[in-house]
Design a protein around this ligand. Sequence first.
Ligand code: URP
Ligand code: ZN
Ligand code: ZN
Ligand code: ZN
Length: 470
Amino acid sequence: SEFDLVIRQARVATASDCFEADIGIRDGRIEALGAALAKGRQEIDAAGRVVTPGGVDAHCHLDQSMPPPLRMADDFESGTRSAACGGTTTVIPFAAQEKGQSLRAAVDDYHRRAEGKAHIDYAFHMIVSDPTPTVLNDDLPSLIRAGYTSFKVYMTYDDLKLDDGQILDVLSVAREEGAMAMIHAENADCIEWLSKRLEAAGRIAPRFHAHSRPMLVEREATHRAIALSELVDVPILVVHVSGREAVEQIRWARAHGLQVHAETCPQYLFLTAEDLGIDDSYKGARCVCSPPPRDKGNQEVIWNGLNDGLFTIFSSDHAPFRFDDPEGKKPGGQEVPFRHIPNGIPGLETRLPLLYSEGVLKGRITLSKFVELTSTNPAKAYGLHPRKGTIAPGSDADLVMWDEGEFELTNARLHHAVDYTPYEGMKLKAWPGLTLAGGEVVWDGSNFHPRAGRGRFLSCGTPSLRPQSR
Ligand code: URP
Ligand code: ZN
Ligand code: ZN
Ligand code: ZN
């Protein structure tokens, strides 16, 4: 009964506790936590370093089909490689239904994309873009029962958006089946109207992307999403919340006893609309994402919401497009009007070090809050806890040991297939020094240890977040 691996004298951090312990690992799982555990075949001396549960990135886009000539730079191989090197050991990307496609066909398609490629464990959220009677009455309920217990709906983007009646229909299925509904909340008609006027006035540089999606379009849609969930009486999770006005709506909902969960992302802490350009330079295309980054005051609102429980989850929303590439931010090789720039920025590998360094080490959030936001709550929200999201006997041996020091964040350091990071040149005080996935070293602080196909598909259980109290 020898351990395969023992990590000695770790400062173990969970969402509820921090304590010193040895961690005994066998057959890919944590078997024991305690002082002076018996010897393992392999030993790692943590000597007082912080060890957290591996990150669960519950919002990332990998190898998602795009209209030609666009193509996502990261597939399940490079995306999960990058995630692992940044301390993330579980990803939940999307199986996106195309209009006219059955939901089952979409799920099967994304299984084929992931099969044999993922270096870390993965589950899927579905994207429901075509809620036909078959989808509502048959496919969606049976897929939820088969382990796809969450799905995303969009209030914007022509090829994805649902109208309010369609959203009510899918929320009803979420209620019946106990699924988690994620909502992209932006008012499509306002965006369309503003975009046309901007374009007609020749305002087409990347920075006008932010002008076409002011915070009121997010505020209005967030309020509407809350009302739709209230009508159906089902919890929702509002994804990628960018700033004050959406936060106010969510606080209002909570104060009225509604079960509204919220997610935010690194771009709303570390970028502003100025990163889309202060002049008409095309460089700003790198930071075009939706909702767009706001300003410094809104960054503070997001930090406060992370600290005080407004936010449930901190995800990357990794949406990987290369900058200097006809399949990416320059579609067909052209600098295009902002409306045609693919939305999204990379972030799988930088999510945890950014929040650890700028949040935990600067005293903005506690270490336990960091673990809750980046690992425990996403595992609970999507039915993966306690297998994922904590350090406890019986849980998967998915762990990160942290290095503290000076780390310059450069794209050269990263392992994704994107040709930039929006955070180039930032000086961080921490970086994952070791990532274990299923008890195997996948990242040792300098080198990635590949084993494509190591990642297993995770069938999700019932979402198990505790009801919100505020
Ligand atoms: O700009 C973004 N966030 N692109 C990714 C798709 C989405 O809406 O999450
Ligand atoms: Zn979205
Ligand atoms: Zn997204
Ligand atoms: Zn997004």
